[in-house]
Design a protein around this ligand. Structure first.
Ligand code: DUC
Ligand code: ZN
Ligand code: ZN
Length: 466
């Protein structure tokens, strides 16, 4: 089946230009100057709209076991919500729990996702323990399983934490086999001291989650990760969920020095704050407990993060989608903020929230598309199959209406959450149509996809390595 998308403005790495896009089966067949495409095919009118590659959310946690519960979106509910929001690929984190065989953790993740996804998906691997066996497993995952990125934690002692020696060994292995090390950069040992001291003082409200994870401990860990990667012969390093100005400065300095250092931020750090959300009255702030934490509105974090997106010191915007319901899940932490499961859900809203940055004059159209689709594809070995409107690429396409409006609310979202982190936010733009591998799965708010149509994507190496 062929489909010609006519009259739209196609946005890609070289900017925005009027063009018609021919889809043939699951892929993009050709791009035409407006009006020059075949006359004898079905058409979709995109006049006045943007035609962009389907979003790629490179950081999600469907069904993640955390804090005595599980993230509330399954692969089924989370990927359907992603589709509604214009995201046609997710990269989720398979988990090796401490003491578990890496391949067993991966098999468990395949079992959760297989046959359940509405859009295409790939995996990174969380290493919960670096030892001789898991180092060997890294080679096998890169060579045979299409998993070319590994997440380590400088936070969460006793859960996912790796010490500096373990981190260095994993980085040396990644340097050899071409993988990217993704780092949760917070000094978890120091944070745990601050948490115990706060609880001993009777400081139990959600805002203390943020106050016990100060910027300095994100900046310190980010610097340390960058230095350890240098010792590992400039192992490729990708800092996840970067939230703070001084951590960004460390990344920018490394990049200025020509290092293989990259970073992502997430919409929550661009829009939400320690005072307004985490500090909401009573236990309400638990909705916004995530790590790294929301930062103070009295400092320059948000302004600096938007600038970092413009300058490419922040290459990617992911969500760190890790939803927990307020009832029964966030409530586990009533009376002790350290027991609140960490995470915010947002897989449905990333494309819109970043488009609002375009409307607000903080981001160009080109950077919008790069940060939500093209760069994640390149960073994580999915390009050019994904992340670009080009002949031969998968026909993952979003028709985006700049004249539409989106109101974010728990009443209308599709994520399995009983609240929204962005309740009441109004976006001056709207996802109009979503096409995944040539199939129209969302059109004017109605769903036409199906569970199980999403395919596993084995990934290649990052395109950014030197
Ligand atoms: N941060 C979160 O907020 N949730 C899951 C894990 C993480 O690192
Ligand atoms: Zn993390
Ligand atoms: Zn995460």
């Amino acid at each position: 089946m062929t489909l010609l998308i006519t009259g739209g403005t196609v946005i890609g790495p070289t900017g925005a230009a009027p063009a018609d896009v021919l889809v043939d089966g699951e892929t993009i067949a050709a791009i035409y100057t407006p009006g020059a495409g075949p006359a004898d095919t079905e058409t979709m009118d995109a006049t006045g709209k943007y035609v962009i590659p389907g979003g790629i959310d490179a950081h999600t946690h469907m069904e993640l076991p955390f804090g005595g519960t599980f993230a509330s979106d399954t692969f089924e509910t989370g990927t359907k919500a992603a589709a509604f929001g214009g995201t046609t690929t997710i990269i989720d984190f398979a988990v090796q729990r401490t003491g578990e065989v890496v391949q067993d953790g991966l098999a468990a993740w395949h079992a959760k996702a297989d046959g359940n996804c509405h859009v295409d998906y790939a995996f990174h691997m969380i290493l919960g323990g670096v030892d001789d066996d898991s180092l060997k497993a890294m080679d096998q995952l890169v060579a045979d399983e299409g998993i070319t990125s590994f997440k380590l934690f400088m936070a969460y002692p006793g859960v996912f934490y790796s010490n500096d020696g373990q981190i260095l060994r994993a980085m040396q292995k990644a340097r050899d086999n071409g993988a990217v090390i993704m780092m949760h950069a917070e000094n978890g040992i120091a944070i745990d001291v601050l948490v115990q001291q706060a609880l001993a003082r009777g400081e139990t409200d959600p805002i203390h989650h943020g106050l016990t994870r100060p910027e300095a401990l994100e900046a310190e860990a980010t610097n340390r990760a960058i230095m350890l990667a240098e010792v590992a012969q400039d192992c490729p390093l990708y800092i996840v969920h970067l939230s703070a100005s001084r951590a960004l400065a460390a990344v920018a300095a490394a990049r200025d020095a020509g290092r293989n250092v990259f970073a992502e931020t997430c919409p929550q750090y661009l829009y939400l704050t320690l005072e307004d959300q985490l500090g909401a009255p009573g236990f309400e702030g638990a909705k916004w407990v995530c790590s790294t934490p929301l930062r103070s509105k009295h400092e320059s974090h948000q302004k600096d993060l938007w600038q970092g997106l413009r300058t490419n010191d922040l290459a990617v915007v992911s969500t760190d989608h890790c939803p927990f319901c307020f009832k029964d899940q966030k409530e586990l932490g009533i009376g002790d903020f350290s027991k609140i499961p960490n995470g915010i859900g947002g897989v449905e809203h990333r494309v819109d929230l970043l488009y609002q940055g375009v409307v607000d004059g903080k981001l160009s159209l080109r950077r919008w598309v790069e940060t939500i689709a093209t760069t994640p594809a390149r960073m994580f070995g999915l390009y050019p199959r994904k992340g670009v409107i080009a002949p031969g690429s998968d026909a993952d396409i979003v028709v985006y209406d700049p004249n539409g409006r989106t109101r974010i609310s728990v009443e209308t979202h599709h994520m399995n959450m009983d609240h929204s982190a962005y309740e009441g936010y109004e976006i001056a733009g709207k996802v109009d149509t979503v096409i995944s591998r040539g199939e129209v799965i969302v059109r004017e708010g109605a769903y036409h996809g199906a569970k199980g149509r999403g395919k596993y994507l084995p990934r290649g190496l990052s395109s950014y390595l030197v």
